[in-house]
Design a protein around this ligand. Sequence first.
Ligand code: GTP
Ligand code: SPV
Ligand code: MN
Length: 593
Amino acid sequence: MNQKLKQWVEEVERMCRPEAVHWCDGTAEEYDRLAKLMVASDMAKWLDERKRPHSLYFRSDPSDVARVENRTFISTPEKDDAGPTNNWIAPDELKRTLAGLYEGCMRGRTMYVIPFSMGPVGSPLSRIGVEITDSAYVVCNMHIMTRVGTRVLEALGDDGEFVPCLHSVGAPLEQGHKDSSWPCAPIEKKYICHFPAENLIWSYGSGYGGNALLGKKCFALRIASNMARREGWMAEHMLILRLIAPDGRKYHAAAAFPSACGKTNLAMVRPTLPGWKAECIGDDIAWITPGKDGRLYAINPEAGFFGVAPGTSRSSNPMAMDTLSGNCIFTNTVLTEDGDIWWEGMDVPAPAHAMDWKGRPWNGKSAEKGAHPNARFTVPAAQCPVISPDWEDPRGVPIDFFIFGGRRSSTTPLVTEALDWDHGVFLGATACSETTAANIGSVGNLRFDPFAMLPFCGYHMGDYFSHWLAMGDKLGKSAPRIFYVNWFRKDAAGRFLWPGYGENSRVLIWMCERAAGKAAAEQTPLGLMPPAGALDLSGLDVDARTMEELLRVDTAAWRNDLPGIEAHLARFGTRLPERIRRQFESLRERLAP
Ligand code: GTP
Ligand code: SPV
Ligand code: MN
């Protein structure tokens, strides 16, 4: 038994005072036992076994439906080290507040101890965490999203390192009281805390997604970005995708888009051009490290998908629909009368008899949406029909190119290639995107979201830019190419100009051919772009005028953007790398009339 682990579990037990302690073994029996328990206590429902075998349905509390960026803290000893993009409270003070909240917070509940591995158990690129939680929902989700169980304890050994991840829904259960179907604490008592100096995570008050499944954003991004910086690798909010050309050549891409901006969809893309194939390796997080050959290798640290349900359909993402055939957890979708799920954008008629995500009768005719916009599915990655046979290769896959992007209805063209690594880092650093329902807060506001890491970078963003520049220096000629995309440009009537989804493969294929030195590009003020005819548009129903608009460099709009970009970069003060500031000056010069 790992002494540090034993000691920590005992400490937490003394502080949180649960009724019982359960060590998770990660078995199917354990999952089913907890599922039955939750169904028996009205927290969950089994979906119809014939329609969606072995699948659970949950409704969250209406206040607990997404990540809470304004309640997320990077608690470094020095405020400056958290940087201007993170909330900060001094570790002592934050721990005092949380210790007060944790005191007795698991009364009447079982405390689960979940040993989990991010990455295939035993891979040199993998890391171990242990989540303590009082939520059975979290245990079942962790079973799917990570590798859980006894084999992880074995890999940990007597003196192995692990990231302690403490979680409580923050709702002690008083004797004789019936539990709520989704226990959680009010927003002002929610705290998602990271102590990077100690590789420690303390989460309180929320049961949802990234707030509660601590292996995901808290560990694999916020804490791991700190580890990566110290140890010379990268923890990124990126999907990992393999493209296979008609001649059999394999390309690997890693793409960073902000939350609810298309990673899961692109990760499962089905190329529409004949002869091309694609395989999914990961849909949300990539851990990337330089290999002996000097190239970058990426693994997906997760074992499942926690994907946005609304908008997922047979036409937009058929591979996701097939993945969802069974063994799923659905949260905050519509529940149909015949025991299945539904959501907006599923491309099947709304059910005439159903319950909405708030548990009210719903028939598709009301103005209110039936599913919450951040309704999610949890499903094992192995069930994806296009999962790569190599998705668990402990060595990872060699990255040929990075893609950055965002959701922007104007200004940003369909695709740009960076002029070089530094310019690519500048594109990542100045990425901007409209906010989505993945965070509690307003939706549709344009904001800078550098590298899609704004809510996930666990240290000063200026230092993170420097880390990217240093990686480029180390990689030299082996550095991947960098592209920037925007699938979301709209016309005056508010319709998407680009068909997106499977058709995004046409842009990916241009990127592959750029990497192979086969495709043309022309220089524009924004970077390299496909000249007319370089994107294969055969069989695509997009007229020439629309294509022109999609690829148009709107220099006036870009000039208008310059002060905003300058102010964004200025936030990082003396920690903004001089090389990024120079990139900004070059852009300004290229845009000059
Ligand atoms: P997180 O899990 O929050 O990190 O999100 P994600 O980046 O994986 O986003 P996801 O692929 O789930 O897409 C979110 C929403 O964007 C869904 O409603 C999709 O239907 C929509 N979407 C994805 N790709 C495209 C696209 O190419 N074009 C358009 N118009 N919409 C897209
Ligand atoms: C995101 O918001 O980027 C997600 C969902 O992937 S969550 O797990 O809630 O962070
Ligand atoms: Mn995400």
